[in-house]
Design a protein around this ligand. Structure first.
Ligand code: FRU
Length: 478
């Protein structure tokens, strides 16, 4: 282990003993201590799922990026491994930025962005981002192979390589910025070392942002999905409300051809906190996505507890009949379920009803019958801080959080789907909520910060009645 990696380990060992766990996730992945952002290098290798992530072990704030590392047999029980990469330079002297992993024979290869300034870090003119390779036989210790793609002339922001195998070649997409235009660039290789520039795969039009971070490019049901995280999109009505977005363009692509798409950027998650998602394939062929369950520049109250940032639940992707991405929790998540506690009442009339007194790690399943529900508002609440409800006047499903002590107050919402049954699977962890609507047609994910004693789950119907076809919950145990 190099001295920087050793130093990171020693710091984490000490820091993790001191963290306050009141908001630390029970079944989501978070760093042992310190700061975490994007998921990186998601891959199945040698009998394990590996998740790497952007990590700053030395404080709860973003800083020179390392790659944290954990592994799992089932994507819900995680084991922490030693920090995999530290900014040891010269190509990555100021940070090991986001990237991906592939299995090349018996080798696990990490392809990531080396982040470095030539001169003062105050100016982007001094910024250079290059793509780097590191390899491992045991999946734990990595050998740095250095830079494999230099910054193209005239560029500065050039990062987040996602590599995959297709036919006889390796391909890579990289996000970049040219003036006010976000782009995805494509490369091709036979050996992961030498890369051929295949040009610009897609770029921003009609206000789609000045920088495209974390691109991913994959096939679902014969269609090609370009998923990315644009910076610089302006909020419009209920859409694009977060500082940065994550979403996708749908189209067609064959190696050697242009990517033809419909130009319609669609957000993947409509909550407050979901960014920089990355996908990978499970050994049984499922396309699974994990995102960072946070948003840049949003308050993170857990920083006072010695840690910051967490990842979303792994979600299986599919393409719906309407050509929309569907995201539902992977089947493995049901392994966490304890016994089912049904809600016996099937109708609420201008009333509140207690479902669980203390929900720390819980899955709540609600099937509302909309035609039989005339209440102005009906749904669930967690303490006084979170409500997920139908607003019958606005005809929207609303996620409302209210943690004024931390300046986290506001709503996100989606139009109500047309079906009569509104089915919600709501996953609560100590500081997060993820709502899956109608088997994955939509998803809302947000961080929440209940105080001790503020974790009672209630159902409610205001000004009228609301009907439930079925409702119940499971506590989720590790
Ligand atoms: C996305 C991102 C990436 C970058 C990384 C740095 O959240 O800004 O573009 O590689 O985070 O930590």
């Amino acid at each position: 282990m190099t001295s920087l990696l050793k130093q990171a380990e020693e710091t984490l060992e000490e820091a993790q003993a001191g963290i306050n766990r009141r908001w630390y996730p029970r079944y989501h992945l978070a760093a042992r201590a310190g700061w975490m952002n994007d998921p990186n290098g998601l891959v199945w290798f040698d009998g394990w799922y590996h998740a790497f992530y952007q990590h700053h072990p030395y404080s709860t704030k973003w800083g020179p990026m390392h790659w944290g590392h954990a592994r799992s047999k089932d994507l819900v029980h995680w084991e922490h491994l030693p920090v995999a990469l530290a900014p040891e330079g010269p190509a990555d002297k100021d940070g090991c930025f986001s990237g991906s992993a592939v299995v090349d024979g018996d080798t696990l290869a990490l392809i990531y962005t080396g982040h470095k300034f030539h001169g003062s870090p105050e100016s982007d003119d001094n910024l250079y981002q290059v793509q780097c390779l590191a390899t491992s036989r045991n999946g734990v210790h990595f050998e740095r192979q250095g830079m494999v793609i230099d910054t193209p002339p005239g560029l500065h922001h050039f990062r987040d390589p996602k590599v995959w195998r297709e036919g006889e070649y390796w391909y890579m997409v990289v996000g970049s910025r040219v003036a006010e235009t976000g782009q995805v660039r494509l490369y091709r290789s036979t050996d992961l070392h030498k890369w051929h520039d295949e040009g610009i795969l897609a770029e921003s039009e009609d206000g789609m942002g000045y920088m495209w971070e974390c691109p991913d490019f994959f096939t679902l049901n014969g269609q090609r999905v370009l998923m990315f995280s644009p910076q610089g999109m302006v909020a419009q009505g209920y859409q694009n409300r977060n500082l940065f977005q994550s979403g996708y363009l749908l189209g067609e692509w064959q190696p050697g051809q242009a990517f033809s798409h419909d130009g319609q950027f669609i957000e993947m998650d409509n909550g407050h906190d979901f960014y920089a998602p990355q996908t990978f394939l499970s050994p049984d062929g499922r396309r699974i996505v994990i995102g960072w369950l946070d948003m840049w520049e949003s308050p993170m109250p857990e920083q006072q507890d010695g840690w910051a940032g967490m990842l979303s639940l792994p979600r299986e992707l599919s393409l719906g009949d309407n050509n929309r991405l569907m995201m539902k929790p992977i089947a493995e998540v049901t392994a966490l379920r304890g016994s089912y506690i049904p809600v016996t009442a099937h109708c609420l009339s201008s009333q509140q009803m207690l479902v669980a007194a203390d929900a720390e790690a819980m899955e709540l399943s609600l099937e509302w019958e909309r035609a039989r529900s005339q209440a102005e508002q009906y749904g669930m609440m967690l303490g006084d801080g979170l409500r997920i409800y139908v607003d019958n006047q606005a005809q929207r499903l609303i996620l409302e959080r209210s943690y004024p002590d931390f300046s986290l107050v506001g709503t996100r919402s989606i139009p109500l789907p047309e079906d009569d049954i509104l089915s919600l699977r709501i996953f609560i962890d100590r500081s997060s909520v993820e709502v899956f609507v109608n088997e994955g047609e939509a998803c809302l994910s947000s961080r929440i910060y209940p105080q001790p004693g503020e974790r009672a789950i209630m159902l409610f119907a205001n000004s009228g009645s609301a009907a439930l076809k079925e409702a119940g919950c499971w506590s989720l145990d590790r």
